[in-house]
Design a protein around this ligand. Structure first.
Ligand SMILES: NCc1[nH]cc(CCC(=O)O)c1CC(=O)O
Length: 307
């Protein structure tokens, strides 16, 4: 019998990205395939001084992997789904969304979280995400936000080396690489980024062989929830750097969707929340964006563009 060609899995080389790619490799191996990891460096990993919001935003973490895939250096690519732009002009597509891990944001506060109760204390919190900045300032207007760049490990080192009061991380990112014990508090009140905690596996358009294989890894509920979240993000014309959050979860046969859009300073917040039966959830992301845009949330996007 013909030996199947080894599936070359492209990934960024951070510890988190490597963990995620190994997880996909493991599931492919369980289906009987041989796999090989190919490490590709991204602009977003190499330049750690420019704030992400100034790096042209879209695709700073994905471009190098896209190129490797288009050039047939790799067969499939594993991405954190939240890092993928909602519009993709390239002949590449998501063939599987893996089951979501913990979707929450979390606070790492090396000296503890007592300061959160003290309304006269001007705490300093590190994050380079406008979504996290705006939601934090909405809740703690007397705090100051500072930028922090780097992969999860680098940011964790920085928060221990600086005298900031805390830094915000995706819980899944810390947990996946066994750093979950650094989490001081889960930020259940914060609406996470569209597709946070989910991984996407990309194939080349028309590669039906990879599509047949990879689509077996798709987790239907995660795929539906992240599709609703990304429809919302897309229709807000917001991009990954906008102060916009979106989170959907299915329990029983209902999909529960929450979305927020804020001004950068967190003063104004637009909210959307709705439960619908799973069968009727297809349009919910679009409907939520329409509702918030009708309330005037489009001003936020204008503000982003002029920054
Ligand atoms: N923005 C970078 C990024 N992309 C995905 C994750 C974590 C894993 C995930 O959310 O799926 C992170 C780190 C973070 O936000 O703290």
């Amino acid at each position: 019998m013909n030996r199947q060609a080894t599936i070359r899995i492209g990934t960024r080389d951070s510890e988190l990205a490597t963990w995620q790619a190994k997880q996909v490799a493991k599931e492919l191996q369980e289906l009987g395939h041989e796999t090989e990891l190919v490490f590709v460096k991204s602009e977003g990993d190499l330049d750690l001084t420019t704030p992400l919001t100034e790096m042209g935003g879209k695709g700073v973490f994905t471009k190098a992997l896209d190129d490797a895939q288009l050039n047939h250096v790799i067969d499939i690519a594993v991405h954190s789904f939240k890092d993928l732009p909602t519009e993709n002009p390239l002949p590449l597509k998501v063939a599987a969304v893996m089951e979501r891990a913990d979707p929450r944001d979390s606070l790492v506060a090396p000296a503890g979280t007592d300061f959160l109760e003290d309304t006269s204390y001007r705490a300093t919190i590190a994050t380079s995400s406008n979504r996290r900045r705006a939601q934090w300032l909405h809740r703690y207007p007397h705090h100051e936000i500072v930028n922090i760049r780097g992969n999860v490990n680098t940011r964790l080192e920085k928060v221990h080396a600086n005298d900031w009061d805390g830094a915000i991380f995706a819980a899944a990112g810390l947990q996946r690489i066994d750093l979950g014990h650094h989490i001081s508090e889960y930020l259940d009140w914060m609406v996470s980024a569209a597709a946070q905690g989910a991984m996407a596996v990309m194939i080349r358009d028309g590669d039906s062989k990879m599509e047949n294989i990879v689509s077996q890894l798709n987790h239907d509920k995660t795929a539906l929830c992240t599709a609703v979240e990304r429809d919302f993000l897309h229709d807000m014309e917001a991009g990954c750097s906008a102060p916009v959050g979106a989170f959907a979860v299915i329990d029983d046969e209902e999909l529960h969707f929450k979305a927020v859009a804020l001004t950068l300073d967190g003063r104004k917040q637009y909210d959307f929340e709705k439960r619908v039966s799973v069968g009727k959830a297809g349009d919910l992301g679009h409907a939520a964006a329409q509702a918030l845009l009708r309330q005037g949330a489009g001003k936020i996007i204008e503000e982003m563009r002029s920054e």
